[in-house]
Design a protein around this ligand. Structure first.
Ligand SMILES: Cc1ncc(COP(=O)(O)O)c(C=O)c1O
Length: 390
């Protein structure tokens, strides 16, 4: 194996994160505490939201979000409810809905943006529709304004899975802030990394409290202003261990909060660099008739560089694998591909709205290479040379 010339994911930790980890060690407190609280506050402020709840992954953020929505007092999400979802996203965008008994309605994507085709939303709607999930794929904002308006028009809950698109913007508004809840991932390869980690943000105090309860065993102790929701008893001894909703332990550790704070401070500069690389990539491949590259909707935070090989252009995806491997360039499928094609779908209640022909093309003819918060001009021109020789 050649040494990797261009990885899919790169380490972005440095002196600031080392200092943050040392600060946690010096404090002697490792489980959830002031570092998490400080990161949550900073993250909420960064997004102009009232609440942010950190958990141990983006998948956990989606799980906590769906769980919280099922326990809310008015109009909760319930078993049998239908949820509109894009066909291309990550597995754990969908799994919580299966686990809580909802039925999914899969909608095709647009090949140009790789995001849900909003022209099909009306066809996806039924009297049982209760929620819609908006996913901005690989840094590129979905039509979040359109989806928000659709959700409002039909009284739907909008969950925004923004795990791939931290710091992207649509109409000057940050992605992740359009939904009733927005979720984020801080896994190693993402825009900021806390090793493992995730966050959900919301303006809704009830959802915030429920997510905090779900995060911590389902006990009332971690739920702010819970008195009206779960009136306290007389016995303070019992009160400290009172379980009120079926929860988990999704708590992050102090190291995740401390490194998150350090990474958040670096985020704007990292996004600027990612976007510079995106411009180089667009210049290199925008005119290549063989490939579709993602058309930006608003301002992408460019997670990576997806490419779809056009049908009939004489090039097959498998033709690329050898040359890319030989050059030490990492590549992989676009997010999870067309999700209903995975074996796990046999566990789901679901419908397909129309066809998923674009999701199939992304699944069968798409791939991506990495973007990183450092200059990639050399890498992009090497890729250009390799693909020119095919
Ligand atoms: C759209 C989407 N949702 C959720 C997740 C899950 O995040 P995590 O890996 O932190 O669990 C990912 C992971 O990359 C993702 O791409």
């Amino acid at each position: 194996m050649p040494e990797m010339f261009w990885e899919l994911a790169a380490d972005t930790w440095g002196d600031e994160e080392r200092a943050a980890i040392n600060r946690v060690m010096d404090s002697g407190r490792y489980t959830i505490g002031p570092e998490i609280a400080a990161f949550e506050k900073a993250f909420a402020e960064y997004h102009g939201k009232r609440h942010a709840v950190m958990v141990n992954s983006g998948s956990s953020a989606n799980l906590a979000a769906v769980a919280a929505l099922t326990y809310k007092k008015d109009n909760p999400l319930q078993p049998g409810d239908e949820v509109i979802v894009p066909a291309v996203s990550w597995a754990t965008t969908y799994h919580p809905f299966q686990q809580y008994g909802m039925k999914l309605r899969f909608v095709d994507i647009e090949l140009e943006t790789l995001n849900i085709d909003t022209s099909q939303l009306d066809a996806a709607l039924t009297p049982k529709t209760k929620a819609i999930v908006a996913v901005s794929i690989l840094g590129n904002p979905a039509a979040l304004d359109v989806i928000r308006a659709f959700a409002d028009e039909h009284g739907l809950i909008m969950l925004e899975d923004n795990c791939e698109s931290l710091d992207a913007e649509l109409g000057g508004q940050k992605t992740g802030t359009f939904g009733d809840i927005g979720t984020f991932s801080f896994f190693f390869s993402h825009h900021i990394s806390t090793g493992e980690g995730g966050m959900l943000i919301t303006d809704d105090s009830e959802l915030d409290a429920l997510a905090r309860g779900v995060r911590a065993h389902g006990w009332v102790r971690d739920m702010p202003d819970s008195d009206s929701m779960f009136p306290p008893g007389e016995d303070s001894f019992a009160e400290a261990y009172r379980f009120v909703i079926p929860g988990y332990n999704l708590r992050p550790q102090e190291i995740n909060g401390a490194t998150g704070l350090a990474q958040l401070a670096k985020l704007p500069a990292m996004t600027v660099q990612r976007r510079k690389n995106l411009t180089l990539f667009q210049d290199a491949f925008g005119d290549d008739e063989r490939f579709l590259i993602q058309r930006e909707n608003g301002k992408s935070s460019s997670f990576c560089f997806p490419m779809v090989i056009k049908q009939g252009c004489g090039l097959e995806r498998a033709d690329l694998f050898g040359p890319l491997k030989d050059a030490g360039i990492g590549f992989r499928m676009i997010t999870g591909g067309n999700f209903p094609r995975h074996d796990v779908i046999k566990h789901f209640e679901y419908d397909i709205v129309g066809t998923l022909s674009n999701a199939d093309i992304a699944h069968d003819r798409g791939f991506f290479v990495g973007n990183h918060p450092f200059d990639l001009s050399e890498q992009i021109s090497r890729l250009r040379d390799i693909l020119n020789q095919l």
